[in-house]
Design a protein around this ligand. Structure first.
Ligand code: TMP
Length: 208
């Protein structure tokens, strides 16, 4: 039986990566085989694209170039990692997927939403996630949290607060427009409470 495809989405410093790992551990304890991965990245080529996108000057890429690079990396990741794992029955937990491009490049940068949606429709329509957790947090809090990590991956964190506020609104719209797929998470809550909310959400998949 094909595995379930779960994505974690949200702004910077919302704790989604921590929660993705906690969920992977919990599912493994239930005897489920789990593949945990991330975007941009997840394959050798896509990790190279990630390095080009998340570091360096903001002006390094135009918004439209970001869309194209992200989707080139995504197609590689989907074909080489996500689909093979789902086909062997593994559950796949992916830290970011297509909603990130709608929220960041569409709402944040103002790239035409219809263009992005059309591209996603052509490339990924048969592989929509079964469940998506959308982490919501005030970007001024999240960016501080994220910058405290002291990595070189700060290109998006360095974008203006208005960019991050538009991106946040994008995620809220996505979560409200697709309630059968998305569960909105208050990322200001404790790690423990968020984990419990996620485990409750997962029951949707185990009942289906
Ligand atoms: P991360 O911080 O969650 O690891 O993600 C890396 C950065 O890439 C993050 O700042 C958001 C950005 N990003 C986009 O702008 N669009 C996308 O489609 C994806 C997948 C990530």
């Amino acid at each position: 039986m094909r595995g379930k495809f779960i994505t974690f989405e949200g702004g910077e410093g919302t704790g989604k990566s921590t929660q993705a790992h906690l969920l992977a551990d919990a599912l493994r304890n239930q005897g489920i085989n789990v593949t945990i991965t991330r975007e941009p990245g997840g394959t050798e080529g896509a990790e190279l694209v990630r390095a080009l996108l998340v570091s360096g000057a903001i002006s390094r890429w135009s918004p439209l170039s970001e869309v194209l690079l992200l989707n080139a990396a995504r197609l590689d990741h989907l074909t080489k990692v996500i689909l093979p794992a789902l086909e062997t029955g593994n559950w796949v937990i992916c830290d970011r997927f297509t909603d990130s491009t709608i929220a960041y490049q569409g709402y944040g940068h103002g790239v035409d939403l219809a263009f992005i949606q059309n591209l996603h429709q052509q490339l990924f329509s048969t592989n929509t996630p079964d469940l998506t957790f959308v982490f919501d947090l005030d970007p001024s809090v999240g960016i501080q949290r994220s910058l405290q990590r002291h990595t070189s991956e700060t290109r998006f964190e360095n974008m203006q607060l208005e960019f991050h506020n538009r991106m946040r609104q994008g995620y809220l719209d996505i979560a409200h427009q697709d309630v059968s797929r998305c569960i909105l998470i208050n990322a200001a809550d404790t790690v423990d409470n968020v984990h419990k909310t996620i485990l409750n959400g997962i029951e949707r998949l185990q009942l289906s």
